[in-house]
Design a protein around this ligand. Structure first.
Ligand code: S3P
Length: 440
């Protein structure tokens, strides 16, 4: 996709939906491929990241097809995947790569995983180390980077592992490996991270329990080799995608927007609380539940935002939303401090650096340390008038396009292509609401 520029346009109004939840979509394809029988998936995110997972699962022997907007996965059963004849290319997707390593760790096969320049610079040791404990072997590029060849174990050992970082990807990889281990797999995470894997495994029939400890950590126990059978899954809209129109509406005067059918799992919804603390008028309506996942419609009106301090304890529940929260902070009046956000340095790009440098370029006073970001909003429109490198990072590209809607001068991003990984149709959807985004 070419370079894209956004500038102030009309207020944003209407009722919309956004594409399906990326985390849930990856898990539905992988767990469906490991179940016995047919799984149907409605609302699957048809973005590049999830399509990479679908392609990889097909290479591993699962039959997967899309008919009339419903995806059908014919599973091979736990331990039933076959060795792929080619390399598995996971594109830009860290979730695809790390969760798949977990799946493969407990299969008696070898596979080589690769990805784009962004994914190939991201740390994989955090997932390889616990998977070695259960019997998998890896050959990786130096520094534990992709491409990685994994040789799994058909006799995987059930592990009892304590994670150093609250990472849903690492936790999920261990649990997915534990599906094919004899005995209980136990994972303890220092803070709760998104629990879509636990919820979905339980929905498919696995015996999985979570215990909250008094120090705030969580212990998850999965009984190995369960009988999991195909299910019908409905994927809710992705709150991490809804975040962009939500903040766009908040910072564009006169806006009034309804975003329907969004997953509001409390371990994902930290952004809503943070924005409300900044003075955002956000209503959560029609709360309901599907397959254990809470869903709601979100009503948002343009609001006068003020700066806020967001504590480290909230980071896991909004880890992907800091780039767009930075945009809200840049348009707010007063200082915002995001504490304990060092993990942002190892996402699709170094997001701490991308937001600090880009916001400064847009005329917003910003400081970053190793794990904090401080943004001084003045309440006036940021100057803008710059071109931002999207760094193969969809959320960086979309965040700056949203900021351009409320800046004095247009903001361009050099490459809109990465948006396709998570939010196909983003530009058209935003322009349909009244935004002004166009090829630069
Ligand atoms: C994800 C977990 C998070 C998140 C990523 C999706 C998942 O990563 O940033 O976009 O689906 O499990 P970490 O687990 O590395 O924090």
């Amino acid at each position: 996709m070419p370079s894209i520029r956004s500038h102030t346009g009309a207020s944003l109004s209407g009722a919309i939906t956004v594409p399906g939840d990326k985390s849930i979509s990856h898990r539905a394809l992988m767990i469906g491929a490991l179940a016995v029988g047919e799984t149907t998936i409605c609302g699957l995110l048809e973005g590049e990241d999830v399509l990479a997972t679908a392609a990889a699962m097909r290479q591993l022997g699962a039959e997967i097809e899309s008919r009339e907007n419903v995806w059908h996965v014919y599973g091979r059963g736990i331990g039933g995947l076959i060795e792929p004849s080619g390399v598995l290319d996971l594109g830009n997707s860290g979730t695809a790569a790390r969760l798949l390593m977990g799946v493969l760790a407990a299969h008696d096969i070898s596979a080589t995983l690769t990805g784009d320049d962004s994914l190939s610079s991201r740390p994989m040791e955090r997932v390889m180390a616990p998977l070695r404990e259960i019997g998998a072997q890896f050959v990786a590029r130096s520094g534990g980077k992709l491409p990685v060849t994994i040789t799994g174990s058909g006799t995987a050992l059930p592990g009892d592992q304590t994670l150093k970082v609250a990472s849903a990807q690492v936790k999920s990889a261990i649990l997915l490996a534990g599906l094919n281990a004899q005995g209980n797999t136990i994972v303890t995470e220092p803070q709760p991270s998104r629990d879509h894997t636990e919820k979905m495994l339980s929905f498919f029939g696995a015996d999985i329990t979570t215990q909250e400890n008094s120090d705030g950590s969580r212990q998850i126990t999965l009984v190995g080799q369960p009988e999991i059978t195909g299910q019908d899954i409905v994927v809710p809209g992705d709150i991490s995608s809804a975040a962009f129109p939500i903040v766009a509406a908040l910072i564009t005067p006169g806006s009034d927007l309804m975003i329907e059918n969004i997953g509001i799992n409390p371990l994902r919804a930290g952004l809503l609380q943070s924005l409300q603390e900044m003075g955002a008028e956000i209503g959560i309506l029609n709360e309901r539940e599907n397959a254990g996942e809470p869903i709601a419609d979100i009503h948002v009106r343009a609001s006068a935002l003020t700066g806020a301090t967001i504590p480290a304890s909230r980071a896991p529940s909004m880890i992907d939303e800091y780039p767009i929260l930075s945009v809200a902070a840049a348009a707010a009046e007063g200082t915002s401090v995001f504490e304990g956000v060092g993990e942002l340095r190892v996402k699709e790009s170094d997001r701490l650096e991308a937001m600090a440098a880009g916001l400064k370029g847009c005329g917003v006073e910003t400081e970053a340390t190793e794990d904090t970001l401080t943004i001084h909003g003045t309440g006036a429109a940021p100057k803008g008038g710059c071109t931002i490198a999207s760094r193969l990072d969809h959320r960086i590209a979309m965040s700056y396009l949203v900021l351009g809607l409320a800046s004095e001068n247009p903001i361009a991003v050099d490459d809109g292509g990465p948006i396709e990984t998570s939010f196909p149709g983003f530009i058209e959807l935003m322009n349909g609401l009244g935004a002004n985004m166009e090829p630069a």
